[in-house]
Design a binder for this molecule. Structure first.
Ligand code: CP
Length: 308
């Protein structure tokens, strides 16, 4: 694979290979000397049209730890402000001979579109409500390290599934790995066809969390809602916010996950986000390792043969 545009199309062996490489990258990141020469001489450009804390900073650190030259394109100060299009912006950067473009954009399919135009690798860092593949990989790595496997574990993905590219990528990955996936949400926050994607649907936290090994909370994306469809925060927290009482339904050693950014007191209580079952900080650590593994896989094997 030259690009990573989504989890769709990846097989169980593809995913296991990436997770195994990421495990090794965790060890590198925990050493005092973190820099390797795996991508020495290669250029990585991060092109983020939407806000990001975790994804952008971890892609930057991942590239630097692999020895690449990393440039963060500051879209807010770029000629996008003057009306330059996504494709023209990408083609301009492409003319500077990067080896990889890491792209986040509000439109589904943006990364796939660029992959057809530019002559380097493209990694999707989140495209609209479509996919966020490196998030699903880092979530899988976090679960696999804690539980020792992904097959047959029960994962409850809770909250605003409708607007979530994280949920889509996770459902695809967890199904490919043989996990059991549930979604727990009010009907208004579920997309059409969710059951066909391979998720069992629940509308109550008590039922959906019963015997779950993993409880994955999602951010309520109020900025993507309008009018009558914006739920009241108090009501939402009461029925779908994860607190100590609701968490009791899950297995005693269930992991609590959240991709971030979190709305404390909206989809998750602070005491749970900071509690003993939370692996939210481990998710962030795994994010750097997974992005190192993805770039190494795309760029090192690519450079072994003649370039197109
Ligand atoms: N999880 C995630 O994508 O976070 P950011 O939006 O901060 O990158």
């Amino acid at each position: 694979h030259r690009h990573l545009l989504g989890i769709k199309g990846l097989t169980e062996p593809d995913i296991n290979l990436l997770l195994d490489k990421a495990d090794a990258a965790v060890d590198i990141s925990r050493q005092r000397e973190k820099k390797t020469s795996t991508l020495r001489g290669l250029t990585q450009i991060n092109l983020f049209f939407e806000a990001s804390t975790r994804t952008q900073s971890s892609f930057e650190l991942a590239g630097k730890r692999l020895g690449a030259d990393v440039m963060n394109m500051s879209v807010g100060n770029s000629s996008v402000k003057k009306g330059e299009t996504l494709i023209d912006t990408a083609m301009t950067l492409n003319a500077m001979h990067p080896d990889v473009l890491v792209v986040r954009h509000s439109s589904a399919g943006a990364a796939a579109l660029l992959a057809q135009k530019v002559s380097c690798s493209v990694i999707n860092a989140g495209d609209g409500q479509h996919e966020h593949p490196t998030q699903a990989l880092l979530d899988a790595l976090t679960i696999r390290r804690a539980k020792g496997k992904l097959s047959r574990i029960i994962v409850a993905i809770c909250g605003d599934v409708l607007h979530s590219r994280v949920a889509r990528s996770n459902i695809l990955l967890l199904n490919a790995m043989g996990a059991r996936v549930r979604v727990v949400a009010p009907a208004t926050l579920l997309p059409n066809g969710i059951a066909q994607m391979g998720a069992e649907v629940y509308h109550s936290m008590e039922e959906g969390l019963k015997d779950a090994d993993v409880v994955m909370m999602l951010r309520l994306q109020r900025e993507r809602m309008s009018g009558a469809f914006v739920p009241s925060v108090r009501e939402y927290f009461r029925y779908f916010g994860l607190d100590a009482e609701k968490l009791k339904a899950a297995k005693e050693d269930a992991l609590v996950m959240h991709p971030g950014p979190m709305n404390r007191g909206v989809e998750i209580a602070s005491e749970i986000a900071d509690g003993p079952q939370s692996v939210i900080e481990q998710q962030v650590e795994m994010g750097v390792a997974v992005r190192m593994a993805v770039m190494e896989t795309l760029l090192v094997s690519q450079n072994q043969g003649p370039r197109a």
